[in-house]
Every structure is written in structure tokens, then in C-alpha cells.
Design a protein around this ligand. Structure first.
Ligand code: IMP
Ligand code: MG
Length: 186
């Protein structure tokens, strides 16, 4: 069985989120925009980020799904329970991680096809090593090496999303039901 290792701790996430929020505030203080949070992965990041931007920001939700366990599927599907009206809006997409690039490329095309005026993208993590389709992200939290990560919204088959930090499993991946059993050297 593997062990869970912290990659980015809560303080580091907080600090970087603060920096991104300042940058986004400067870029958007003179124009309206709508935040579009990509569920479920970006929910923790989006709420922390948006709380730090002192502007009036409508929030919409969308739910792309492309990962099965730890493999990207390339095929991006959308949960049709979320169908936000994006027409003529300036959209800031908030996404958990860009890896192959399939999800973000699909998402941005979908938003443009829905008649958005402008689309910018903010990702918490950039796993740059395995990009298959490039995408020029506007705001990036952390660039990380090619590791399957969990926590702070990121899941392994819907597990671990509510870990308060970003971690990876060293060794074989497993599901820990009681987080107090997780020993981190943080
Ligand atoms: P891409 O389509 O390969 O760029 O992958 C992006 C999507 O896959 C993200 O929206 C995540 O939901 C998921 N994903 C990519 N890497 C990870 C990871 O390390 N842990 C959990 N989910 C991931
Ligand atoms: Mg996601």
C-alpha cells in the first residue's frame, strides 16, 4: 500500500491564491465578468479564489468529465444538469488542473459556441509534461510534475476531494477513509 505525501500545503495554496486574486482584480476591475467553476474539481479553489477578489462576481457552474480513475479519457462529456447562459458574457473559467489539455480545449470551445464575448482561464495546477493539445492558460496557480494528485477538490474516483492540501500517493493508490490515519510530514 502507498502513503500519502503533501505536495502543496494549505499555506502555500492560500498565498498563491491571494496572488492570483490580486492579478485577476487588476485585470477585471473595469469590466464585468462571470466566473465559471468547473465542477467538481475546482470547487475548493474557486470558492477561496473568488472570496479574495473584491468585485461583484456572478458565479456559474459547469461539469465536464474526462477522467476515469487515474487516466485521462480524451473524450469530454458534460453533465446536462448544468447549462449556464453564457451569451455575450466575459467568462473566467476556473479549473482544477490542465493535463493533456483535452478538457480545457473542449470547455473553451463549448463556451465560445454558447456565444460568450470573451473567455479567460484560471487553473490551480498545470501538469505540463504530458500536454497533447496546447492551451495558453491566462492564470496558473502551480506548475507541477506529472503525478496523479488528490485533495483540495481533486479526486481519485470521487475519493479524497476534501483533503485540505494537494497530495499524491507514493506507491500503490488506495482509499483512506479516516484522514486522521494519514501521517504527513508537513
Ligand atoms: P486533461 O483533459 O487531461 O487536461 O485533464 C483535465 C481533467 O482531468 C481535470 O479537469 C481533472 O478533473 C482531471 N485530472 C487531471 N489530472 C488529475 C490528477 O492528477 N488528479 C485528479 N484529477 C485530475
Ligand atoms: Mg476537473
Amino acid at each position: 500500500m502507498g502513503s500519502i505525501k503533501v505536495l502543496i500545503n494549505e499555506k502555500q495554496i492560500e498565498k498563491r491564491t491571494e496572488e492570483l486574486a490580486k492579478q485577476i482584480y487588476e485585470d477585471y476591475k473595469d469590466k464585468d465578468f462571470t466566473a465559471l467553476c468547473a465542477l467538481n474539481g475546482a470547487m475548493f479553489f474557486a470558492t477561496e479564489l473568488l472570496k479574495k477578489i473584491p468585485l461583484n462576481i456572478p458565479i456559474e457552474l459547469i461539469r465536464p468529465k474526462s477522467y476515469i480513475a487515474t487516466e485521462t479519457s480524451g473524450d469530454v462529456a458534460y453533465d446536462n444538469r448544468f447549462n449556464p447562459d453564457l451569451k455575450d458574457k466575459n467568462i473566467l473559467v476556473i479549473e482544477d488542473v490542465i493535463d493533456s489539455g483535452y478538457t480545457i480545449n473542449s470547455l473553451v470551445s463549448k463556451i465560445k459556441n454558447a456565444g460568450a464575448n470573451d473567455v479567460k482561464v484560471c487553473v490551480m495546477l498545470d501538469k505540463f509534461e504530458k500536454r497533447e493539445i496546447p492551451y495558453d492558460v491566462d492564470y496558473t496557480g502551480f506548475k507541477i510534475e506529472d503525478k496523479f494528485v488528490i485533495g483540495y477538490g481533486l479526486d481519485y474516483n470521487e475519493n479524497y476531494r476534501n483533503l485540505p492540501y494537494i497530495a499524491y500517493v507514493d506507491g500503490d493508490i488506495y482509499v483512506e477513509k479516516d484522514y486522521t490515519n494519514i501521517k504527513t510530514k508537513d
